[in-house]
Design a protein around this ligand. Structure first.
Ligand SMILES: Nc1ncnc2c1ncn2[C@@H]1O[C@H](COP(=O)(O)OP(=O)(O)OP(=O)(O)O)[C@@H](O)[C@H]1O
Ligand SMILES: [Mg+2]
Length: 600
């Protein structure tokens, strides 16, 4: 057995550096965090060759006294914590006292600093772990740290660096994260002497637009939810929009990569996101520092929550609600309701809400030949409301049209196009609705609610309907009998390869039962052993909804169409079908006018 020897100090630092400083962007992140911890209000970053050649960060923070400069570069020396208790409620970014020491072990460092009360600045240099002596020099209050020749003495590490362009990209990301977390701070980024960013102090919303672009901001929903000591704020992208890869999540101002939070967010989007679309968010979670442990990994991009279940629930529900706010959502719960569907593709009518007595009333109407439509009241409009001024030729339905009402942002039906789309008119223009997709979503949400409230009532069929199936399907029907009943379906075996449907979910009495039963059995056979009960349940409900929803080439009366529009307005997540596609699109008059070059 070879002799055991203590490692030399430099090697210890180089090993430690491997965990924290894996590339220029990691060094930049550490320097930016130090500047923020020093209370800087303004931070300038200068990079050369993606930070591989050099990387300089200047701030106007509290500075370091000349006598303390060697300590700043010493491993395990910090001004930020002193006891275990401090560690357990740390609010600064740094606390390990090793970032600068790590950089000093694998690069050349020049540190110039001046506390506001000092008469002049002082500097210290270090190269390959060897410290120079502090010397007076010229400099403004604050600190400037230059890191050059990163990994000059660890060639194996240096080999892993990519092109300057790639390394710059990573540095830019680190800069953007800092700038998003602290919109109150002025900051700039220069690369190879060209200024890339110059940001004044801004509101968070302005900062998000400056950094993530109008495309993200315009298509995002703003959210700000507080529950007890938890707060979640920021912007999330509406599921029908697409944006560049934007997933910024901060916990107490610290950018983190957290599986728990990522899971909660993915789940919140699950119902509404089209499968090849990426969700996007810029979110800030704030909570008591004692409730979160940041001492998990040296790079500090992972955290551990003491009450992870509560955090998961809070994030999931906040985002889920913000994504599903129905079009006519009012401020029913101002304290907890996520604010603002800021940018629905539709501009809400500006007319003021009519008094309650003028609201449309509802009554039942049996729609002949309207198979697939759920047993839900259709809408009639009171005759005392004024008509919409423009109607299409052929709009002879004698239900009088009401004036535009703010609670009906989807407007009023004009016609049906090729048995597929509903054309409706609202105050600002034309609304086109994919009727199957919209109805499918409404049904799906209604089925989910019924299921959750255990009100999935079923309706006995007067005459059981039989159909032939293979052995595997018979087995599924027998094994999953309980599940089928929970969905309101009663299916029994009546012959070796024949099943009989005896009852259907009440919500879809008009649906053709046999294709529905086959689809549900197939779904259960595939997902039957899934341990994710809820996912399985929702999938089956989605199948039921798809079968229950009105099909193309189904003629709808204006009344039917208006009833569907009103249903959409009341339904959560009605702007996307179950597969994440949009259910409706608005064409504003101004856009149509532009197409026809009116007013040019
Ligand atoms: N820009 C700065 N302005 C003022 N003081 C600084 C600055 N950068 C570093 N320091 C001082 O140097 C010390 C060492 O910095 P370093 O980044 O190595 O450790 P840390 O921030 O305390 O902990 P961590 O390793 O977790 O980052 C800090 O504790 C702080 O006192
Ligand atoms: Mg630090």
């Amino acid at each position: 057995m070879p002799e055991i020897l203590p490692l030399p100090d430099l090697l210890i630092s180089q090993i430690a550096a491997g965990e924290v400083i894996e590339r220029p962007a990691a060094a930049l992140k550490e320097l930016l965090e130090n500047s923020l911890d020093a209370g800087a209000q303004s931070i300038q970053v200068h990079l050369e060759d993606g930070g591989m050649q050099s990387l300089r960060v200047s701030d106007d923070g509290c500075g370091i006294a000349a006598s303390q400069l060697p300590l700043a570069l010493l491993r395990h020396a910090t001004s930020k914590i002193a006891t275990l208790d401090d560690l357990q409620q740390v609010t600064s970014f740094g606390f390990r006292g090793e970032a600068l020491a790590s950089m000093a072990a694998v690069a050349k460092i020049r540190l110039i600093s001046r506390p506001a009360e000092a008469e002049h600045a002082s500097e210290i240099t270090a190269e390959g772990g060897i410290l120079g002596t502090p010397m007076p020099c010229a400099g403004n209050p604050g600190t400037t740290i230059t890191i050059s020749d990163l990994f000059f003495n660890t060639p194996a590490r240096r080999k892993f660096l990519k092109t300057p362009g790639t390394e710059y990209g990573h540095c830019e990301t680190a800069f953007i994260r800092m700038a998003l977390a602290r919109p109150d701070i002025a900051c700039s980024l220069t690369h190879n002497h060209r200024q890339q960013y110059q940001l004044k102090p801004q509101s968070i919303s302005e900062r998000i637009t400056s950094l993530l672009g109008d495309a993200f901001s315009d298509a995002a929903v703003t959210l700000d939810v507080t529950t007890g000591s938890l707060r979640l704020s920021g912007k999330i992208l509406r599921p029908t929009a697409s944006a560049r890869d934007t997933q910024h999540l901060f916990v107490n101002g610290r950018f983190v990569r957290d599986k728990l939070l990522a899971h909660a967010l993915r789940q919140a989007y699950q119902d509404v996101l089209h499968h090849n679309q990426q969700p996007a968010w810029c979110l800030f979670l704030e909570l008591d520092a004692r409730e979160v442990d940041v001492n998990v990994h040296p790079a500090k991009t992972e955290v551990r929550f003491h009450n992870s279940r509560a955090i998961h629930q809070f994030v999931y529900h906040s985002v889920h609600r913000a994504l599903s706010t129905p079009l006519t959502a009012t401020s029913a719960e101002p304290d907890t309701a996520p604010t603002v569907p800021e940018n629905w593709p539709l501009t809400m009518p500006s007319a003021t809400r009519p008094p309650a007595t003028q609201k449309p009333f509802f009554s039942h109407s049996a729609q002949q030949g309207f198979t697939g439509w759920i047993a839900e009241p259709a809408v009639h409009y009171p005759a005392n409301q004024r008509s919409i001024s423009a109607t299409l030729p052929g709009n002879t339905n004698n239900t009088s049209n009401p004036e535009y009402a703010p609670e009906h942002p989807l407007g009023y039906a004009l016609a049906q196009l090729h048995g597929t789309y509903i054309l409706a008119q609202n105050e600002t223009g034309l609304i086109v609705v994919d009727m199957h997709a919209a109805h499918e979503r409404i049904l799906y949400e209604r089925l989910k609610t019924a299921m959750i409230q255990q009100k999935m009532a079923s309706q006995q069929l007067l005459v059981p309907l039989t159909f032939d199936v293979d052995n595997a399907t018979v087995a599924t029907a027998i094994e999953q009998n309980e599940s089928l009943r929970s969905f309101g379906l009663d299916i029994t075996q009546v012959a070796p390869n024949t099943l009989a449907i005896r009852a259907l979910p009440q919500l879809l009495q008009q649906t053709n039962p046999i294709p529905l039963a086959r689809a549900v059995l197939k779904e259960l056979a595939e997902t039957g052993h899934s341990n994710q009960l809820e996912a399985q349940r929702n999938q089956v409900l989605a199948t039921i909804a798809c079968h229950g929803a009105i099909r193309a080439n189904h003629t709808l009366s204006l009344e039917d169409m208006n009833a569907l529009l009103r249903d959409m307005e009341r339904t959560e997540r009605a702007s996307q079908c179950n597969h994440g596609r949009p259910t409706w699109i608005a064409f504003e008059m101004t856009a149509l006018d532009r197409l026809f070059m009116r007013g040019k």
